[in-house]
Design a binder for this molecule. Structure first.
Ligand SMILES: C[S@@+](CC[C@H](N)C(=O)[O-])C[C@H]1O[C@@H](n2cnc3c(N)ncnc32)[C@H](O)[C@@H]1O
Length: 278
């Protein structure tokens, strides 16, 4: 998407964006449904509001990273923050065993409803919750994420996944989520989170340049703040990771910053950090 198309896209209210997408894909979705080309664990294209790319392949690739870099095991308790349309849950249904458990929450009801109807119905150890929090990219209105307490017990998860979610949240919200992730992770538990990180030295790529400077964070669009948010790398490491008692295990830079896609794991920057044992 170029900068002008992106600006136009952000200017459309969230409910309209959902409707346009649904209508655009309706013929193909109907065809795939009639010809049996889509199984029950694959959402219709028109419902996938969570980004482009190959839904299934991306999910598989992410699950691979959780195993390789986050030490994910089949009996683990997993929390997926911003569970979207189940892109992360679906591959995990084939990996987590009966002792394992997956919890996801999201601010968009239609995603949570689809996941509950299609994933929980087949895999009862996969649960999804709708939490109506404010996010000016995805929904109109709701409570602030700044004061939200995750509805889970202390030290109940081995892995928290926050894929392409902090890229749509402002710092005060992210700071609260870091406190909550720390609370719900077991000692030694791991968080996989993606960001757009800048260091003040490297130039932003043309067309993806976060023009609105707020010091330790930058926005792509001043009107729709959650559209895309970039964070200063030093702020992430010191204020979010360090001050919350985490240690950074991995940082893989993404191709968004102009690096060759072949040498990158993902478009966004991947961070993997671990909750220190006291
Ligand atoms: C780009 S999508 C990524 C979805 C999913 N993590 C994935 O990788 O497929 C961003 C998701 O974050 C959700 N979201 C936005 N603000 C949120 C918040 N404060 N708490 C939880 N989820 C949020 C959106 O509704 C959307 O589903």
């Amino acid at each position: 998407m170029n900068a002008a198309t992106r600006k136009l896209y952000y200017s459309i209210p969230p409910a309209w964006r959902f409707a346009v997408r649904r209508l655009y894909y309706l013929p193909l979705d109907t065809w795939e449904s009639l010809t049996g080309q889509r199984d029950g664990l694959m959402p219709p294209r028109g419902l996938i509001f969570t980004g482009g790319g190959d839904f299934r392949k991306t999910g598989e690739m992410l699950a691979g990273y959780f195993k390789e870099y986050c030490s994910l095991l089949p009996h683990y308790q997993v929390l997926d923050i911003g569970s979207g349309m189940g892109r992360i849950a679906i591959p995990l249904t084939r990996f987590l065993n009966e002792k394992g458990n997956y919890e996801g929450f999201d601010v968009v009801q239609r995603g949570v409803d689809w996941c509950t109807k299609n994933i929980t119905a087949r895999y009862p150890n996969f649960n999804f919750r709708y939490i109506p929090l404010d996010n000016d990219l995805y929904r109109a209105g709701g409570d602030s994420a700044v004061h939200f307490t995750f509805p889970y017990a202390d030290e109940s998860f081995d892995l928290c996944v926050v894929n392409s979610v902090f890229t749509h949240m402002v710092p005060e919200e992210v700071e609260n989520y870091f406190t909550e992730v720390r609370r719900v992770l077991k000692p030694g538990g791991v968080c996989y989170a993606t960001f757009f990180l800048f260091d003040g030295k490297t130039a932003f790529p043309k067309g993806f340049d976060f023009p609105f400077d707020h010091g330790h964070y930058r926005l792509m669009d001043e009107q729709v703040k959650s559209a895309n948010v970039a964070f200063e790398e030093g702020y992430l490491i010191k204020e979010l990771v360090g001050k919350n008692g985490f240690s950074l295990r991995h940082l893989f830079y993404g191709s968004w910053r102009g690096l060759p896609p072949k040498g990158c794991k993902e478009f966004q920057d991947i961070t993997i950090f671990e909750k220190l044992r006291n």
